[in-house]
Design a protein around this ligand. Structure first.
Ligand code: NAP
Length: 310
């Protein structure tokens, strides 16, 4: 059996592509290796997606996107893509469990959080170090928490973490935040938030659980070790230092720039019948609203490609 379109990834871009493709009566398959939703599945509040009001959460929005795509007839499978053959009219998506043949592919693989890259980080992930405030914030009830980064994610998630933590300190490598001014203003007003400027974490330590961290002042070069409060025994570090596009599978096949897939305005890559949508492509704004728009464009262009080529 040959699908009209196989969509790799079930975040907002993939689910929107699935909705548009299935609604256009294309035989549509969405392949996702984890739970649907991509990054917004772990976002507490989606406040800037038009129509998403009254404290809509990432998971509730995703659940509605999945339902809508499936109601129009998109199939969704849980499988991990191991390789792709993008050449020729019929392309192959090889997964761990199955192999799928398709006329077009929409790559909607998104992006994954970057790590600090310091000693101890890997060992202490899930033991004090986290990349998802929504998932892990509640574990830090009344504890001290540090948030690494100065962008929108770091500052917004720091504010969210004040719901649980006793104190939240934003550790930023410069002396000015990158986050939008409106977000910064709220953070500066929040009495539970403190700032550690010009600072980077160079090592994290702990015996099975995070107990201390070494922070370097990048201007003076001075290193200071911070220990967990004796009564607490531990503290939290939440890392929001940007994202890496999940595009490794397509390296050497699809044209990229710094790991992000290059497309034209119609989401077309350099390979006929292969489209990209969402955070994994070169673009000026990575938001749910732009991801869903990409998905819609990619699906309608896939439909057009099929009409012209088959
Ligand atoms: P980002 O904008 O790329 O910011 C990453 C932050 O981490 C920067 O402050 C950067 O410092 C710092 N950083 C990077 N590498 C580091 C390292 N190795 N060690 C220490 N610090 C490091 O990433 P983001 O905040 O995740 O946002 C990603 C995109 O999503 C952006 O386009 C953002 O606007 C968007 N977003 C929007 C919203 C919203 O609109 N509500 C919410 C979340 C995210 P420098 O500042 O020095 O470069």
């Amino acid at each position: 059996m040959v699908y009209d379109v196989v969509i790799i990834g079930a975040g907002p871009a993939g689910l929107s592509a699935g909705l548009y493709a299935a609604r256009a009566r294309l035989k549509t398959l969405i392949v996702e290796k984890e739970a649907a939703g991509g990054q917004i599945a772990t976002t507490d509040e989606v406040a800037n997606y038009p129509g998403s009001i009254e404290h809509a959460t990432g998971p509730s929005l995703v659940a509605r996107m999945v339902q809508q795509a499936e109601e129009f007839g998109a199939e969704k499978v849980s499988d991990t893509v191991v390789s792709v053959d993008l050449e020729g009219d019929i392309k192959t998506v090889k997964c761990e469990k199955n192999e799928y043949k398709t006329k077009t592919i929409i790559i909607a693989t998104g992006a994954v959080p970057k790590h600090i890259g310091c000693p101890g980080e890997k060992e202490l992930t899930g033991r004090g170090i986290s990349y998802c405030a929504t998932c892990d914030g509640a574990f830090f009830e009344d504890l001290e928490v540090f948030v690494v980064g100065g962008g929108d994610s770091a500052v917004e998630e720091a504010m969210y973490l004040t719901k649980f933590a006793r104190k939240v300190t934003i550790v930023h490598r410069r002396d000015a935040l990158r986050a939008a001014k409106s977000i910064q203003e709220k953070a500066f007003k929040n009495e539970k938030i403190a700032f550690m400027w010009d600072s980077v974490i160079t090592e994290v330590k702990g015996d099975g659980i995070l107990q201390s961290m070494v922070v370097k002042n990048v201007k003076t070069g001075e290193e200071t070790e911070y220990f967990a409060d004796e009564d607490d025994g531990t503290f939290g570090i939440f890392v929001f230092v940007g994202y890496d596009p999940a595009t490794k599978l397509f390296e050497g096949m699809v044209d990229m720039e710094n790991g992000y897939i290059k497309t034209d305005d119609n989401m077309k890559t350099n390979i006929p019948g292969v489209f990209a949508a969402g955070d994994n492509r070169v673009k000026p704004l990575r938001q749910v609203v732009t991801a869903t728009a990409d998905g819609a464009i990619a699906a309608t262009q896939a439909e057009k490609y099929i009409e012209e080529h088959f």
